[in-house]
Ligand binder design. Structure first.
Ligand code: TXA
Ligand code: MG
Length: 398
């Protein structure tokens, strides 16, 4: 199939041309077709969340495991009512503070509101409102909730440019809205709020833990979200003996989502509830370049020495080598490809640049990559989470 591409980067402000393109793209979504579009985090691959056939095509186009649920994108809080059951005060405050923006909230799904393929049979749905003009206009014009995972082939780094989408999905989807580079560069923060009002970060991202703490208490991050070697467990630890329904009920309590509502929905009765992971997507290898990557943590000078030693040894073995470094350190390294994702002093620039740089290692045929770790503060937490995953949890502590 041909993928229709609309370039709207410069025309966004002037309105009409972009408006027509987005109307056409919205029509495709309504017709059950797949359209990739920019958001402030990464490009998403959109489909009408109510249309099971369309949603199934997302999984096929991406090669994504079907037990990994999708985020539903909305353009207006008014869309929430048809999508989810009543939720708590903290969730409301989070929406008021961070929407539109890179925060995804896991909420109790209204039975039948979206295809069960979107929720992968969970009794919750992940919802977000992107802070991106074209995305909001597209979703509003489509007049439906839009399910959209990142628009990459499963296992590849998420796309931060329309070219990345075309590389991975060209010819496999009907439409691609090219709105230029995305902003944050990493995916949204996914959170779920428990009955006691505690905010649980299921995936660190564009909204930092520090920012979340302004709204309510934030639970300690699950060890596998962060980057310590002691926790370099490649598979997500399953919640043995706790079904997802029981887990959700324990988190929210019956005041915000009554047992009667729950019993009445019936749709989760037959699902394989045992051992369902909290955020199913976290168990898969993500964001990985094709070359073998290792993440090196420690004092800057020790990190520099160790990386150069590793690179030199690999070069003697005839391997093509790469170093992923920050602006401040790049000149220190000798390797086949020394690539800079951004500045240590401004980690948001490193977040913006990470995925494009991982793809560039692939383009250059780099077989072995060593990456410098960064402090796990602010956006650094999300950055380290993606680096650990890109490295397949291979962490060298020096
Ligand atoms: O920034 C983003 O979030 C991007 C843009 C396109 O919006 N989207 C994105 O979607 O990253 P995706 O599908 O690649 O990641 C969705 C994440 C996965 O880790 C998934 O397991 C989790 O959200 N998720 C989805 N529904 C969930 C649910 N009901 N409960 C817990 N986690 C859920
Ligand atoms: Mg993804």
């Amino acid at each position: 199939m041909d993928t229709k591409v609309w370039r709207i980067t410069e025309k966004l402000e002037s309105g009409d041309v972009a408006g027509q393109a987005l109307q056409e793209a919205a029509g495709m979504l309504r017709a059950g077709q797949l359209v990739a579009f920019p958001t402030e985090t990464v490009y998403g691959l959109g489909a009408d969340a109510r249309n099971t056939e369309a949603v199934e095509r997302i999984f096929a186009a991406k090669g994504r495991p079907s037990d990994n649920p999708l985020i539903v994108h909305i353009a207006d809080v008014g869309q929430l009512e048809g999508l989810v059951l009543p939720f708590g005060e903290i969730e409301r405050k989070l929406m008021n503070r961070f929407w539109p923006g890179p925060l995804t909230l896991v909420l109790p799904v209204r039975p039948g509101a979206v295809s069960p393929r979107v929720t992968a049979g969970l009794d919750t749905v992940a919802v977000r409102m992107p802070a991106h003009k074209a995305a909001l206009r597209l979703i509003a014009a489509a007049e439906c909730p839009v399910a959209a995972p990142s628009a990459n082939r499963s296992g590849r780094p998420s796309p931060t440019l329309a070219d990345h989408v075309a590389e991975d999905l060209g010819g496999r989807i009907e439409g691609l809205v090219d709105g230029g580079p995305t902003g944050v560069g990493l995916e949204s923060t996914v959170v779920e709020v428990s009955a006691d009002g505690m905010i649980h970060v299921l995936r660190p991202g564009g909204v930092t833990a520090e920012e979340l703490k302004e709204i309510g208490p934030v639970a300690a991050l699950e060890p596998e979200m962060a980057g310590s070697a002691a926790d370099s467990e490649p598979e997500y630890k399953l919640q043995a003996g706790l079904s997802s329904a029981a887990f959700s009920a324990a988190r929210r309590g019956s005041d915000v989502c009554s047992d009667a509502q729950r019993a009445g929905d019936g749709q989760n009765d037959n699902k394989p509830a045992q051992s369902a992971p909290r955020s199913p997507g976290m168990k898969y290898t993500h964001y990985a370049p094709r070359g073998a990557m290792r993440l090196v943590k420690g004092e800057p000078e020790a990190v520099r020495v160790r990386i150069q030693e590793e690179v030199d040894a690999a070069r003697r073995r005839g391997r093509t080598t790469g170093v992923l470094a920050y602006t401040e350190h790049a000149a220190q390294y000798r390797a086949d490809a020394v690539l800079v994702c951004g500045s240590l002093a401004r980690l948001e620039t490193a977040a913006q640049g990470l995925y494009a740089v991982l793809r560039e290692f692939d383009e250059r045929g780099v077989q072995e990559i060593w990456a410098e770790a960064c402090p796990e503060e602010g956006i650094g937490l999300a950055l380290m989470n993606r680096l650990v995953k890109a490295a397949g949890h291979r962490i060298i502590e020096v």
